[in-house]
Structures are given as structure tokens and as C-alpha cells.
Design a protein around this ligand. Structure first.
Ligand SMILES: [Ca+2]
Ligand SMILES: [Ca+2]
Ligand SMILES: [Ca+2]
Ligand SMILES: [Ca+2]
Length: 153
């Protein structure tokens, strides 16, 4: 195929996709210092992403991403160093996974996985070697069995 034709097709596709999804961004200046600190991205009136600068230092420290099937991902930079330290994942309003970097070294120290609002798997870096150890894992068990298990041994 001719290079110019490929180029033309690419451009056409870009134009079509941008016309079909007019990205709309709502910006807010919460502390009224003249700089935007809250961004809400819409796709066809539906919010798809929220970004926030909670300590007003110019860096985004909270990001919420909305995906298909009611999925939601919340990233939080707890110590405002530019790297997210906490991740929460939701599906249809229920939390499915939670990860946290407690010592802010860039590696996750604890991960919990949920089913029907209950923790079914817990991993923690108990010996601080950078790898998570499984504390318990009842993800393969049936729901009625889980309800009878005591998590705090
Ligand atoms: Ca501001
Ligand atoms: Ca910030
Ligand atoms: Ca951080
Ligand atoms: Ca860590």
C-alpha cells in the first residue's frame, strides 16, 4: 500500500474518533489561587476521570478512573511525592481490591482482595523483602463457607 494512502486513512480515523467522542473537561479552582486543582473529564456527559490536586502544589495526587461495567479505580498519593501509594478498585460500587504502600518506597506492602464486600485474600510484606507474603487466601472457597470463617485468629 502507498504510504500516502496509509497516512490519509490514519488521519481520517483520528478525525472520526475525535468527532465521535468530544472530550469535555470541567475545571475548578477550589482554593481560588488562580490555578486549576480539580479536573473532571466527561465522555458524552458521563464522568470518566477525575483528577485532583488536594494540597495545591500543582501535582495531581488523586485520580479516579471510571471504566466499563461499573469499574472504578482510585489512586491516591498520600505523601504528595508524585507517586500514588494507595489503590482502590471497585466494581458495581463494591470494593474488589485494595493496595497500599505504607512506607512510601514505591512498592506495595499490603494487598487485600474482596468478594461480596469481604476480604477473601490478604497479602502483606511481613519481612520487608519487597515481596508480599500470603496471610490468608480463601478465594477458592464457596460463599457459604467464607461466612463461617473467622478472619482474626
Ligand atoms: Ca487552585
Ligand atoms: Ca498535589
Ligand atoms: Ca506518594
Ligand atoms: Ca512499600
Amino acid at each position: 500500500m502507498h504510504k500516502s494512502l496509509i497516512f490519509y486513512i490514519t488521519i481520517s480515523l483520528v478525525l472520526i474518533s475525535s468527532a465521535a467522542n468530544p472530550a469535555e473537561i470541567k475545571e475548578e479552582d477550589k482554593n481560588e489561587d488562580g490555578k486549576t486543582d480539580l479536573w473532571i473529564y466527561y465522555d458524552d456527559k458521563r464522568p470518566i476521570k477525575i483528577e485532583s490536586d488536594r494540597n495545591y502544589d500543582g501535582n495531581i495526587d488523586l485520580r479516579i478512573t471510571y471504566e466499563e461495567k461499573g469499574k472504578k479505580h482510585i489512586e491516591t498519593d498520600l505523601n504528595f511525592d508524585g507517586t500514588p501509594d494507595m489503590h482502590s478498585y471497585y466494581e458495581y460500587g463494591q470494593r474488589t481490591k485494595f493496595e497500599i504502600d505504607v512506607d512510601y518506597d514505591g512498592t506495595i506492602d499490603q494487598r487485600s482482595q474482596y468478594r461480596d464486600g469481604r476480604v477473601i485474600k490478604l497479602e502483606r510484606d511481613t519481612d520487608s523483602d519487597g515481596k508480599l507474603e500470603t496471610i490468608f487466601d480463601i478465594s477458592d472457597r464457596q460463599r457459604n463457607t467464607i461466612e463461617r470463617i473467622e478472619i482474626n485468629k
